[in-house]
Design a protein around this ligand. Structure first.
Ligand code: PEP
Length: 245
């Protein structure tokens, strides 16, 4: 299984930010892991063009479930493919919270991603309140059951476990807590999808930095990271890519 370092730029980045791609590619011309950057939609095709011929892949942060139509402001998975994207993040907690996306919506978006021939990165994770109530495993298990469509394979799907309280806060679960959730996710996927789930990549996301990446990557069933803030600078993201190699 090839590990994956995925960067989510969120609503950050103007044209000048593309210089980070050049720096990342120069510092890591042939990384051991797969490297992905998901810029805002405005930069998607420019980033894909800039990354051509490098080891960096391009993805989107969201898509609409339909291929086309009267959905003002949205973009489809087909448009993302057309712009040079290979992956789509679906069900990020900021989409679930800010746009009221539920598991059924996320599942439909994952299916749309496959329809366009792309790989879905499906995000799950508990809030602080849910963790403190001892409900993490139930919440994450429920999101997995509801958000991951039938037909998920190691090739078309990546799962990202992102505790909501760890995103952008500098707080990180203990290695034991990460291990407990990732092991449970692996077991649920294997139960539902059989042996193929053995190869489905499970990313950890939430305040990953060069300084904590290596220990997180040492946890069983952690096959990479989904990184927000630390993906904006090639120097930081490069440290994470190195730790994964
Ligand atoms: C994210 O938004 O997916 C994320 C993990 O953010 P950060 O790395 O900034 O916590």
């Amino acid at each position: 299984m090839q590990k994956l370092a995925a960067g989510n730029w969120k609503m950050n980045g103007l044209d000048a930010a593309l210089a980070e791609i050049d720096a990342l590619a120069a510092a890591h011309p042939s990384p051991e892991c797969e490297v992905l950057i998901c810029p805002p939609a405005t930069l998607l095709s420019r980033l894909a063009a800039r990354a051509e011929g490098t080891a960096i892949q391009t993805g989107a942060q969201d898509c609409h479930a339909a291929a086309s139509g009267a959905h003002t402001g949205d973009i489809s998975a087909e448009m993302i493919a057309d712009a040079g994207g290979a992956f789509v993040i679906v069900g990020h907690s900021e989409r679930r919270a800010d746009h009221g996306e539920d598991d059924a919506t996320v599942r439909a978006k994952a299916e749309a991603t496959w329809r366009a021939g792309l790989t879905a990165i499906i995000c799950v994770g508990e809030t602080l309140e849910e963790r403190e109530a001892g409900r993490t495993i139930d919440i994450v298990g429920g999101q997995l059951a509801g958000s991951v469509p039938d037909g998920a394979t190691a090739a078309n799907t990546v799962i990202a476990y992102e505790p909501v309280w760890a995103i952008g806060t500098g707080k990180v679960p203990t290695l034991e807590e990460i291990s407990e959730v990732h092991d449970d996710i692996r077991a649920r996927l294997t139960d539902r999808f059989g042996g193929d789930a053995g190869g489905m990549r499970l990313l950890y996301g939430g305040s990953v930095k060069p300084s904590n990446a290596a220990e997180i990557f040492g946890v069983s069933n952690v096959d990479g990271a989904l990184v927000g803030g630390a993906s904006l600078k090639a120097s930081d993201f490069g440290g994470i890519v190195e730790a994964l190699g």
